[in-house]
Design a protein around this ligand. Structure first.
Ligand SMILES: *[C@@H]1O[C@H](CO)[C@@H](O)[C@H](O)[C@H]1NC(C)=O
Length: 313
């Protein structure tokens, strides 16, 4: 292993960003990324201080993404920039990009981790904005900034049953009824946030080393697990001994509704129902974790059992 790189993470006080910070501090990455710079608005916050306590390689740096000077200063000497910020406006993205180019940052992993936009068969503002930001980054980077977008489907930790947006995706645990858009047997990709963090650590390493950089494409798709609502109902029935009723909504009617009202949830439910968020047959799992030799991908059933044991449902 060679390398003595500085990696900077924006959004590390969030769940995924925090896990990415932890992943790059683990062997073998601790020998590759000698400085892990946590970019945060408030270095004194308890979450920032908890990250600082993870080890000597961690440096907390103040970062205000709407302030050009703050961004430029924070990115000095950075080799790899990982964002897990929530949605950034084009304006803010331009400021960050300016800082990346000015400081000759070599690898940029933008905040994606959701759906692979290229699979959409419709136009929607979120995708247009995110792809537009990627395009600008590749143009402004002028071949010197490698932009690696990572698509991972849904998070089982926040997209199932009672957790996070689970209820909005049709999981009604109170009434033991799960409602799908289209066929309940259609599978969707769920990738655990832990596995995404490990994948991002590995991709950062592969992308920064000159000998492996070419093996990393601009768009990386991962599929930790692919399951249907029918499968999920089966896992819950096994864990709880209760019967789940599956209901299905007409997908063509849903599509019309989504095109009229393209809210994030309407779009996600259409993507799930149409099978466009199932990456099991077309992904880069082997690039980040060949033959599961680096780790074992977490299954949806494992997460469901954990959530049941912890009393989430
Ligand atoms: C369960 O069903 C009742 C009656 O239809 C409804 O009012 C309630 O909102 C449902 N619970 C959830 C969590 O959706």
């Amino acid at each position: 292993m060679s390398g003595n790189y500085t990696i900077a993470i924006a959004g590390a006080t969030g769940i995924l960003g925090g896990l990415i910070a932890r992943a790059v501090l683990q062997p073998p990455y601790d020998q590759i990324f000698r400085q892990v710079r946590i970019l945060t608005r408030d270095v004194s916050s308890p979450k920032a201080q908890a990250l600082k306590a993870l080890g000597g390689a961690v440096e907390l740096t103040e970062f205000n993404p709407v302030d050009e000077l703050s961004v430029n200063n924070a990115l000095g000497g950075v080799d790899i920039f990982i964002s897990s910020l929530g949605r950034t406006t084009d304006e803010v993205h331009k400021i960050i990009l300016g800082g990346l180019v000015k400081n000759k940052v070599k690898v940029y992993i933008p905040s994606e981790y959701g759906n692979d936009h290229s699979k959409n068969d419709f136009e929607v503002a979120v995708s247009t904005s995110k792809l537009g930001q990627q395009d600008i980054a590749r143009k402004m980077g002028n071949g010197l900034l490698k932009v690696v977008a990572v698509y991972t489907g849904l998070f089982p930790e926040t997209g199932l049953i009672n957790s996070g947006i689970g209820p909005l995706l049709g999981f009604d645990q109170e009434n033991l009824t799960y409602t799908t858009v289209g066929d309940p047997a259609t599978r969707v990709t769920y990738t655990s946030v832990d596995d995404i963090a490990k994948s991002v650590a590995r991709l950062s390493h592969l992308a920064i080393e000159p000998s492996t950089a070419d093996s990393v494409p601009d768009h990386v798709t991962l599929s930790g697990a692919a399951v249907s609502y029918k499968d999920i109902a089966g896992f819950v029935e096994k864990a709880t001994d209760e019967r789940i009723t599956l209901k299905s909504l007409d997908i063509n009617a849903w599509r019309e509704k989504m095109l009229k009202e393209p809210t994030l949830i309407n779009v996600i439910r259409y993507l799930i129902g149409s099978g466009k968020m199932n990456y099991e047959d077309d992904n880069h799992n082997e690039l980040v974790n060949p033959g599961q030799s680096v780790w074992k991908w977490k299954t949806v059933e494992e997460v469901i059992i954990e959530q049941h044991v912890s009393g989430e449902f």
